[in-house]
Design a protein around this ligand. Structure first.
Ligand SMILES: Nc1ncnc2c1ncn2[C@@H]1O[C@H](COP(=O)(O)OP(=O)(O)OP(=O)(O)O)[C@@H](O)[C@H]1O
Ligand SMILES: [Mg+2]
Length: 256
C-alpha cells in the first residue's frame, strides 16, 4: 500500500497496527484486513475500470444502508478514489463464505443445515418491504439487458450476441419485484456460528427480480436433490422453474 493511501485510510479509521492480505481473495478486487486502535476493517480495492465502477456501486449501497439494521451487511466507513484504483473501507466481519463453510463441513447433515439457513436468510431478505433508498422507475431486467449489451460492445463479457438476443426475446413472465442482492452466490454470504448471517459484495443490491437471487443461490448444488430440498425448506416463497433457472443462471449471469 502506498504511503499516500495509508495516510488517507488512517484519516478515516485511525493509525494502522497491522495489515493482512486475506487468504480468500475476490476475483475482481484485492481484500486486506486492517487492524487499528479503533477496530478491524476490510479494505477492498479494485484497479480495472469496470470493477472500479462496481466498487463504487458497492460503496453507495453500503452507505445507504449504514444504520439501517434491516439488511445485514458490513458497515461503511469510506471510499477513496485514486488514479490507480479505488478503495472501499468497511467493517471486518468475523465469518467465512458459505462456499468455504460447505467445503469445511464434515457431514451431509451439516451441509444441509447450512444450505437451509441460506434459504431462510434469503427468504427473510426478499420479504422485506422494498426500501425507499432503492426505489427506481426502470424495470430491473430491462436495465440488466442494457448493461449486458454495453459490456458486449466493449468486449467486457463472456456472454455472446446470440445469447443476448435470445434473452431479449424470451423474458420470463414478470413476478413481483423485491429487494435483491444481485449476485447472490454462496461466495457472497458469510456464515457466522453455523448460520448464514450477512451479505457481502453488495454492488448489485437494489429492487429487482428475486428469481435472479434464487437461481444464483442454488446454482452450486442445483443437481443435488437433497441439497436443493434443504434450500427450499428455508426458502418457501417461490420455486424457480427449470426454464427460469436457465434464463438467469446460464443466461443473464453470463454477462456479469
Ligand atoms: N466485510 C468483510 N469482512 C470480512 N471478510 C470479507 C468482507 N468482505 C469481503 N470479505 C472477504 O473477501 C473476499 C472477497 O470479497 P468480495 O466477494 O466482496 O470480493 P469480489 O472481488 O467482489 O468478489 P468476486 O468478484 O469474486 O465476487 C470474500 O470472499 C471474503 O472472504
Ligand atoms: Mg464476491
Amino acid at each position: 500500500m502506498n504511503t499516500q493511501l495509508i495516510k488517507k485510510v488512517e484519516e478515516i479509521i485511525g493509525v494502522t497496527k497491522t495489515i493482512i492480505m486475506l487468504d480468500e481473495q475476490g476475483c475482481t478486487s484485492e481484500v486486506q484486513k486492517i487492524i487499528t486502535d479503533n477496530g478491524c476493517y476490510l479494505l477492498k480495492s479494485s484497479f480495472e475500470k469496470r470493477y472500479i465502477e462496481w466498487l463504487k456501486d458497492e460503496a453507495l449501497v453500503l452507505k445507504k444502508l449504514n444504520n439501517k439494521k434491516q439488511i445485514p451487511v458490513p458497515e461503511f466507513y469510506g471510499f477513496i478514489e485514486e488514479k490507480r484504483g479505488s478503495h472501499l473501507i468497511m467493517s471486518f466481519e468475523d465469518g467465512i463464505t458459505l462456499t468455504s463453510a460447505l467445503e469445511q463441513a464434515k457431514s451431509t447433515t451439516e451441509k444441509k443445515s447450512l444450505i437451509r439457513s441460506f434459504g431462510h436468510f434469503l427468504q427473510q431478505f426478499h420479504e422485506i418491504d422494498p426500501i425507499d433508498s432503492f426505489t427506481h422507475n426502470i424495470d430491473w431486467l430491462d436495465h440488466q439487458l442494457v448493461k449486458a449489451e454495453s459490456y458486449l460492445e466493449h468486449g467486457q463479457t463472456k456472454g455472446s450476441l446470440q445469447l443476448l438476443e435470445k434473452l431479449k426475446l424470451n423474458k420470463p413472465l414478470p413476478v413481483e419485484q423485491t429487494v435483491i442482492h444481485g449476485d447472490c452466490t454462496t461466495e457472497n454470504v458469510l456464515v457466522i456460528n453455523g448460520e448464514v448471517r450477512l451479505f457481502i459484495d453488495v454492488a448489485g443490491m437494489t429492487i429487482g427480480d428475486p428469481r435472479y437471487d434464487e437461481s444464483l443461490a442454488i446454482r452450486s448444488f442445483v443437481n443435488n436433490e437433497e441439497y436443493r430440498r434443504a434450500f427450499y425448506d428455508g426458502y418457501k416463497r417461490y420455486k424457480v422453474s427449470k426454464e427460469e433457472f436457465q434464463y438467469f443462471d446460464q443466461g443473464l449471469y453470463e454477462f456479469f
